[in-house]
Ligand binder design. Structure first.
Ligand code: NOJ
Length: 978
């Protein structure tokens, strides 16, 4: 069970408590938001509005100046920033002897954003603005409008004249302006009283609370200052040299009942409300990257990573906000239902979602997306923060990990057993025990005697090894890495400016400060083959514990008043910390050897917006329980719609020993995680797929083979993610944004654009599952073509050996059907195309392939095809989706693939007119005249017992990289039958 007492609740996090109380006060009718945009300050030029918000402070006697910018981007996205002039100018006094910076942290964007910032030329002030408002038209054709209210300050974002998003509608905007601490006289304590104090602390705290409550009653407007200047939690006191500096804002989505996103939480896809009530949460969703031991499910508690992107969805519209802040952040979600008004026609009942974003420090920096589709949000967010890096092809195959494979012989033994049982796998992993006493970049000389030989052994079947490297560096003698870290002063500092020392796996440790460019340069050197001896070109890296996890730190992480490069407090940058580390590792992987450029593979536990550019993630330390298997699906789906789709959960569950049934079902689910790895805690029994024995081993092997068979479809889905930001596995709402019944469905998934619909079995003893179908396309069982059709729930058989997987009509799915021991051995294997005819008889699909290893694809070395079956013309075609390019790289790659052919075409739902058909005509582009047109056998199989008919074209001998067409008969209107 998670130790709740180790992690703060909102009430224990001073700024969260203050802002929730602020929200409660703002709910009173007498409330007036003290923020006004000074109309005289407003200027507009080149797509950007600037002005000053004045915050009335000190009972109206003074005003704090808050510079505002609203930037309208070419993409139709708007960006709003609010800073605080006084801090911006450094016109404040830090408390204590703090060496921290005085400004509000304004660099989260520079870590998260990589593009999409071109400013709109067309954005323009409206000439019809009313008194008290400024209006700006922007977006494609001026479809978007920002209506800026001056007093109290607020913004409504409209699309086609309809308000989609409101800022400060509820008056919760709160920028805690700088103020000096007014020292109140404290009674001097006599010596000896100190100890007594400790024991009495709790009692006293209680009394103080009471006193404060009483004071509040006397002076209702008084602010609660108790957490302004320092804060103690779990025995650690945060010195807070800049005093209170939170920023908060309410963001409302009128007419939107569902909001998604803001990973990482172990919660459903459609977010629950957080201010109590039946079945709801009492705590806001928290984003404060932390190593949460034995995390609990269905909870808004923080986890290892943070992506402050939220999208709101209703029928016909998706919109979103991206809150660019790296400090501890809490998000309250409430919903309000407006019933239909029987007296006024047209007022339908609807639900509004209102959110309240609260960050401890930094500037306010928010991007606003107006959709209207879920695809628009993922694309625009991806343009800003970067798309998923195209992984090497092995990285999307199966990974075998445990804590720990204990010797190099053990690794080779596991490898041999996979082969003995004919189970495909690509990567074996080494957890922390491979090191010499937890000193990273070393090998335990007794257990890993010959790492070179081990790597060579794995390379025989094109297999890889991933070794763990964590950010804590053992503070010990005779370890050059720590010596250099200290000597070069590249470690994170404590508040006094000395190297911060904490406790992690190695005992006393220090942490590399990857915010420092010099630290990255140094880090790169450590991975060179001649530096990290025993590694090879098939070694890849796992970055764990990078929240950072500090065993003796507050909330298992670093003190907030620690200092990073540029004298920023850890408080300001906490949620970005993990990303800077895995980014550094990614860069290091690129430079291991001069001239050897391969796509790196780095797995990270901690992440932030932008992590997708250089890493894959997994959901950390789950439990070997059915509930955790269930929870993994919405968690991985959420990663997908939040721009970081290369995600997975530990297959089998990390803590505990899964039953054989659970393990089997977990593999059958894990084949749908974009990142697919089995992993287990050091105290668990071995559970590699060959361990459970019959029938489990065979069933698990079938599941693994299914993943391998569909690798071409997965790789194509990764390519889509890498070019459009689309998720790799997709929830119902993303595919069917009009289908209200499916908006909260998060226990089934679509694989890319393939139309493959999977409903994993996540309950014990199941023999069937209920799959939800959103549309009226025919859906066919993947294995036996049983037809399911009609919107609603369908029961499909799912005994242990059965993986419930459907194919939506209208798609063409690329596969490779020959079972191999690793994906590398499939490189030149032929393809099978499964043509799943839609209700109109048509189907289409795409395939993307490249060398799966280098960056040559960026220079045109890839194959990208579109396959289409046209029912009217009865023709299947392969056409080129790649832009014409004659680069040498393209030529060379196409040449290398020239012999790779399509060996089989299966047409599911084949029309009954084909029954007597014996052959089809095949034509390939560029083939010799004599071979241009050839006949190939067609076999028709009549379906019965609810199964569709299908047909097979065997070996049409067309190249995968070429254009071709196959005629299935005379051109005619379609005559489709199942
Ligand atoms: C914590 C990680 O979450 C887990 O996967 C790993 O096995 C242990 N650290 C040991 O490195």
């Amino acid at each position: 069970m998670v130790k709740h007492e180790n992690f703060k609740t909102c009430t224990q996090s001073g700024f969260c408590k203050r802002n929730r109380e602020f929200a409660d006060r703002a709910a009173e009718s007498s409330w007036k938001s003290p923020y006004a945009l000074d109309p005289a300050s407003i200027t507009f030029s080149k797509g950007q509005l600037s002005g000053t918000i004045l915050k009335t402070i000190n009972e109206g006697h003074e005003k704090a100046s808050l510079p505002l910018t609203i930037t309208f981007l070419d993409s139709g996205v708007a960006r709003v920033t609010v800073d605080e002039e006084r801090r911006q100018k450094g016109d404040i006094t830090l408390r204590g002897d703090s060496k921290a910076r005085k400004e509000r942290y304004n660099e989260a964007g520079s870590w998260a954003l990589v593009g999409g910032l071109a400013v709109s030329e067309g954005a323009a002030l409206s000439d019809k603005a009313e008194q008290g408002y400024t209006k700006v038209f922007y977006g494609d054709g001026g479809k978007h409008q920002a209506v800026i209210r001056h007093e109290p300050f607020g913004i409504e974002f409209q699309r086609d004249s309809q308000t989609q998003i409101k800022f400060n509608e509820r008056g919760l905007l709160n920028v805690e302006h700088w103020r000096p601490k007014i020292e109140k006289p404290v009674e001097e304590k006599k010596e000896g009283e100190e100890e007594k104090k400790e024991g009495e602390e709790e009692k006293k705290e209680g009394e103080e609370e009471k006193k404060k409550e009483e004071e509040k009653e006397e002076e209702p407007k008084g602010e609660d200052e108790s957490t302004w200047w320092d804060e103690t939690f779990g025995g650690n006191t945060d010195s807070k040299p800049r005093g209170p500096e939170a920023i908060a804002l309410d963001i409302s989505f009128p007419g939107y009942e569902h909001v998604y996103g803001i990973p990482e939480h172990a919660t459903g896809l459609s977010l629950k409300t957080t201010r109590g009530g039946d079945g709801n949460y009492n705590e806001p969703y928290r984003l404060y990257n932390a190593d949460v031991f034995e995390y609990e499910l269905d909870s808004p508690m923080t986890l290892y990573g943070a992506i402050p992107l939220m999208q709101a969805h209703r029928k016909g519209s998706t919109v979103g906000v991206f809150w660019v802040n790296a400090a501890e952040t809490w998000i309250d979600v409430v919903k309000s239902k407006t019933s239909a008004n029987p007296l006024s026609l047209g007022t339908k009942s609807h639900t509004d979602t209102q959110t309240h974003w609260i960050s401890e420090s930094g500037i306010l920096d928010v991007f606003v997306f107006l959709g209207p589709t879920p695809q628009d949000i993922t694309r625009q967010y991806g343009e800003l923060t970067g798309f998923t890096a195209m992984p090497q092809s092995f990285a999307i195959a199966y990974h075998q990990c445990r804590w720990n494979y204990v010797t190099d012989e053990d690794v080779k033994d596991v490898d041999r057993r996979f082969d003995k049982f004919d189970i495909p796998y690509d990567v074996i992993w080494l957890d922390i025990e491979y090191t010499n006493e937890k000193k990273y970049f070393t090998w335990d000389p007794l257990t890993f005697v010959n790492p070179d030989k081990m790597h060579k052994h794995l390379a025989k079947r094109d297999r890889k090894l991933v070794a763990i490297i964590d950010p804590h560096i053992k503070n010990t003698d005779n370890y050059p890495v720590i010596d250099e870290l200290k000597k070069k002063s590249l470690a994170v500092k404590n508040k006094d400016g000395n190297d911060y020392e904490g406790w992690c796996w190695p005992g006393s440790s220090m942490w590399i400060d990857a915010f420092n460019p010099a630290a990255i340069t140094w880090w790169k050197g450590l991975f060179k083959y001649d530096s990290f001896k025993g590694t090879a070109s098939n070694t890849f890296i796992w970055n764990d514990m990078n929240e950072p996890s500090v065993f003796n730190g507050p909330e298992t992480t670093m003190p907030k008043d620690n200092l990073h490069h540029g004298s920023w407090e850890h408080r300001d940058v906490h949620n970005i910390n993990g990303m800077t580390f895995h980014n550094a590792t990614y860069q290091a992987m690129l430079e291991r050897k001069k001239g050897e450029v391969r796509r790196p593979f780095v797995l990270t536990r901690s992440f932030y917006s932008g992590s997708q550019r250089s890493a894959a993630m997994w959901t950390g330390d789950n439990l070997a329980e059915w509930s955790h298997l269930q929870a993994s699906i919405p968690m991985v789906l959420n990663q997908g719609i939040s721009g970081f789709p290369f995600a997975g959960a530990d297959v089998g569950g990390f803590f505990g020993n899964p039953s054989k049934e659970l393990l089997t079902r977990w593999y059958q689910t894990g084949i749908y995680y974009p990142f697919f790895r089995g992993h287990a805690h050091i105290d668990t029994r071995r559970r590699e797929p060959y361990v459970p024995g019959a029938p489990y081993t065979g069933i698990i092997t079938q599941a693994l083979r299914l993943r391998y068979q569909l690798l071409p479809a997965w790789y194509t889905a990764f390519h889509e993610a890498a070019t459009s930001g689309a998720p790799i596995i997709r929830p119902n709402f993303y595919i069917h944004p009009e289908d209200e019944r499916g908006f909260a469905i998060d226990d089934q998934l679509y694989v890319g654009s393939t139309g493959l619909l999977a409903k994993p079995v996540t309950t014990e003893g199941a023999t069937s599952v209920s799959v939800y179908i959103a549309d009226d396309q025919p859906y066919y069982d993947y294995f036996d073509y049983t037809l399911y059709q009609g919107a609603g729930h369908h029961t499909i058989p799912a005994p242990l050996e059965k993986i419930p997987l459907l194919m939506q009509g209208g798609h063409i799915i690329p596969r490779r059907d020959r079972p191999r021991r690793s994906s590398g051995l499939m490189k030149y294997d032929p393809f099978t195309l499964v043509v799943v005819l839609g209700k109109d008889g048509n189907a289409e699909g795409t395939l993307y392939i490249d060398d799966g290893e280098t960056f040559d694809y960026e220079k045109g070395a890839f194959i990208h095809r579109r396959f289409a079956f046209d029912a009217g013309r009865n023709i299947l075609t392969s056409s080129n989706l790649a832009k014409p390019s004659n680069t040498v790289k393209t030529e060379t790659y196409l040449k290398s693939m020239a012999k790779v052919r399509v060996e089989k075409i299966i047409i599911v739902g084949a029309p009954k007119e084909w029954k007597n058909k014996k052959e089809v005509n095949v034509m390939e582009e560029g083939a010799k005249e004599s071979k241009r047109r050839k006949s190939v056998e067609l076999k028709y199989y009549e379906g019965s017992g609810g199964k569709a008919s299908w047909a097979v074209v065997r070996d049409p001998k067309v190249a995968i990289g070429k254009g071709w067409k196959i005629e299935f008969g005379e051109s005619k209107g379609h005559g489709h039958a199942h």
